[in-house]
Ligand binder design. Structure first.
Ligand SMILES: C[S@@+](CC[C@H](N)C(=O)[O-])C[C@H]1O[C@@H](n2cnc3c(N)ncnc32)[C@H](O)[C@@H]1O
Length: 199
């Protein structure tokens, strides 16, 4: 029961978040562009991006997340711009060089194969395409959710991958990305691992 109550309290954060808002602002999708939200979850970034007039491919491997986003999509004025699809960072359902921008929020710690994910990012982005990878750093005491996330430490240690932005940066450079910058920085005033790049 406690778990259920805790989950219900977390739902609004999965539905919308200041970090997703900031990521969409930074990516600034334009009308007519094709963009991908990798690990879209319940779609906090997807629904904002769709308002721009871009076509948004919301990719997620979890059927539950896709179902919730598919229902949420129906309530959006820009619903025809939102396409929910099964996929992952390691398998993005998009044609080669067909995408103008890709972002991900709070999914990198779930990635099972960083090298495969980078190959997919190189493959789907067109030359000049924008990339923004963000994982909030819940281990930083300055993060507002630090105390809550410390309680879940055991679960996270068992199931999450540690992300080093410098390693992601090096791999993106090796894969041919330009102006790559990985840092332990912040997003929407929250400590975050942030990697920006241009294809
Ligand atoms: C913490 S949620 C974040 C969802 C959303 N981006 C947000 O900001 O609310 C993590 C999401 O990553 C998805 N995920 C799990 N493994 C993944 C993978 N290998 N590639 C991409 N997404 C993955 C999960 O299904 C889940 O929806």
């Amino acid at each position: 029961m406690r778990g259920f109550v805790r989950y219900m309290k977390m739902l609004p954060k999965m539905w919308r978040s200041p970090v997703s808002r900031e990521v969409v602002r930074a990516i600034s999708p334009r009308p007519g562009e094709h963009v991908v939200d990798v690990g879209a979850g319940m779609g906090p970034a997807t629904v904002l991006a769709a308002k721009s007039g871009a076509s948004v491919l919301a990719v997620d491997p979890t059927r539950y997340m896709r179902r919730i986003l598919a229902v949420r999509r129906l309530g959006q004025r820009a619903r025809s711009a939102i396409h929910v699809a099964e996929g992952s960072a390691e398998l993005i359902p998009a044609d080669d060089q067909s995408i103008d921008a890709v972002w991900t929020v709070n999914t990198m710690h779930h990635w099972t194969d960083l090298d495969a994910a980078i190959l997919e990012l190189v493959r789907v982005l067109r030359p000049g395409g924008r990339l923004l990878l963000v994982d909030e750093d819940f281990d930083a005491p300055a993060h507002p959710a630090f105390a809550h996330m410390q309680e879940r430490r055991g679960h996270r240690d068992r199931h999450f991958t540690e992300i080093d932005p410098a390693v992601v940066e090096a791999k993106l450079i090796a894969a041919g990305f330009a102006s790559v910058e990985g840092s332990n920085g912040s997003m929407a005033d929250r400590p975050a691992k942030v990697v920006r790049a241009t294809r």
